[in-house]
Design a protein around this ligand. Structure first.
Ligand code: AMP
Ligand code: MG
Length: 345
């Protein structure tokens, strides 16, 4: 790392001009967005984009999202935009919403993994927005983490794994949402959620009257199965220990099941909602937040998952939440963190 910009308590963003210059000249910048931290490079520079894949150890067939600061940038990189796509962008931008559109030839193949579409998002985080406009180019940025690890939601969590691989770190404190953006592709006129996030199916339905959820959000991929979003193929967010996600509509059944399974192990660790922490007596517990405040759970879940490995447990039991609203996105990340080990009682 060559440059550290601390904007945790300063609202003077003039220092971002230098970071924008680093992006323009082909460097890598770690920066906050409202979802998670991004590992960014000039999205129109193939050589710079390839550095992102190298730094993360990301598979070249998993495309990146281009981050823009205004609608002029949109027209440089996408074409053939339909009315319903315009409606969605107008409703949810700037914000935690990514849309898959037809790309223009200016977008390098490295960004799109040679697909004829490109994922685009206009972040609402002011630091991200200023950085993009100072750069003057769309910024390609996946989540800031080594591939497979939980996404970075504060600099502390990712400093060790990424600081030596980037040219600049911008510290904007913990991110607001804590989960990556909702990814949507309009298929046959119907907005299809490829990755759930803060913008929920209900939010989308309210704007355009229809929505569908890709089945791969929860189901395990069969060998050779085709997917609309390459990211669905990859293991993500997983701690080193075996993890099981447990859910029940009935809280007593949930607690009993987790107590029953954890008793079979020597060093179990439980990720529990605040309401249940006291119900796992004598066991090691991480409090993931109140089940009545899903925003809080979303905000902290990646940091909580990162804590797991420090305890080296022989089993991890994770309490699930109702798959409603933001709960859908939380459960999507948890089921993948648990490698699809899921029990419902
Ligand atoms: P991340 O960069 O970690 O936030 O992940 C970006 C997600 O968006 C991955 O799941 C990608 O597979 C998905 N994505 C990016 N571009 C496209 C595209 N053109 N078509 C479908 N999915 C995409
Ligand atoms: Mg990621």
């Amino acid at each position: 790392m060559k440059k550290y910009i601390d904007l945790r308590s300063i609202a003077d963003y003039s220092s971002l001009e230098e970071a924008g210059q680093i992006i323009r000249s082909g460097g890598l910048v770690l920066f906050p967005t409202e979802t998670v931290y991004g590992l960014g490079a000039n999205g129109l520079d193939e050589v710079a984009v390839k550095k992102i894949f190298k730094a993360k150890g990301r598979s070249a067939d998993n495309p990146l999202i281009l981050h823009i600061s205004d609608f002029n940038m949109l027209n440089e990189i996408a074409c053939g935009i339909t009315e319903i796509e315009h409606k969605l962008m107008n409703a949810f931008w700037p914000g935690p919403f990514t849309i898959i559109l037809n790309r223009k030839p200016i977008v390098p193949n490295a960004v799109t993994a040679s697909l004829d579409t490109v994922g685009i998002r206009m972040p609402s985080n002011e630091i991200a927005n200023k950085l993009i406009s100072y750069s003057g180019v769309p910024i390609a940025a996946p989540s800031a983490n080594i591939s497979g690890k939980p996404s970075g939601t504060n600099i502390n969590d990712i400093f060790d794994e990424l600081s030596e691989k980037v040219d600049c770190i911008i510290d904007g404190g913990p991110t607001d949402v804590g989960l990556e953006s909702t990814v949507v592709r309009v298929v046959d006129g119907i907005p299809t959620i490829l990755r759930p996030g803060k913008i929920t199916p209900e939010d989308i339905k309210d704007v355009v009257g229809k929505v569908q959820i890709d089945k791969h959000i929860f189901s395990k991929l069969e060998a050779g199965e085709k997917v609309l979003s390459p990211g669905m193929k990859y293991k993500h967010y997983a701690p080193n220990s075996k993890c099981i996600l447990v859910y029940s509509d009935n809280n007593e059944l949930l607690v009993n099941k987790i107590n029953e399974i954890s008793s079979l192990y020597k060093t179990p660790l439980i990720l529990s909602t605040s309401e249940n922490v006291q119900k796992y007596e004598g066991k090691l517990v991480i409090d993931i937040g109140s089940k009545y405040n899903l925003n809080e759970i979303a905000k902290n879940i990646f940091t909580d998952l990162r804590k797991v490995d420090k305890f080296n447990p022989d089993i991890v039991l994770v309490e699930g939440v109702k798959q409603e609203g933001l709960g859908l996105a939380i459960m999507n990340r948890l089921i993948r963190a648990c490698s699809h080990n899921y029990i419902e009682v």
